[in-house]
Design a protein around this ligand. Structure first.
Ligand SMILES: [Cu+2]
Length: 113
């Protein structure tokens, strides 16, 4: 590699490092967890969700769904091809379902922060 090539790559490497540092959640920071809804089913439950985390659901189906907590702590409608978010506020097992399709149900274990 010539000297000119080496110096041209340096800004890219620095930009990459800055991105990694900016994206690093660090201890105690809330995360956004992405789940899909596809083929009339919620993706598998997450083992590592914590209070304060955001769940972002992506509806890959061609019909609308809801993500409705049985304890009433969240209830969102997600149109086809869209995403919806909810912040997890309570520790414990959150069970949820779709109000439009009674066969759709899921759960998340939410650990205290
Ligand atoms: Cu549904």
């Amino acid at each position: 590699m010539t000297r000119r090539q080496a110096s041209a790559r340096r800004p890219l490497a620095l930009a990459y490092c800055a991105l990694v540092v900016a994206a690093w959640p660090g201890p105690g920071h809330a995360e956004t967890l992405r789940l899909t809804i596809e083929n009339m089913a919620f993706a598998d439950a997450l083992a590592s969700a914590r209070v304060g985390d955001t769940i972002e659901w992506s509806n890959l189906d061609i019909v609308a769904h809801t993500v409705t907590a049985r304890d009433g702590s969240f209830d969102i409608v997600i149109l086809p091809g869209k995403t919806g978010r909810t912040v997890l506020r309570k520790a414990g097992k959150a069970t949820f379902y779709c109000r439009y399709h009674s066969s759709m149900a899921g759960k998340i274990d939410i650990r205290p922060d």
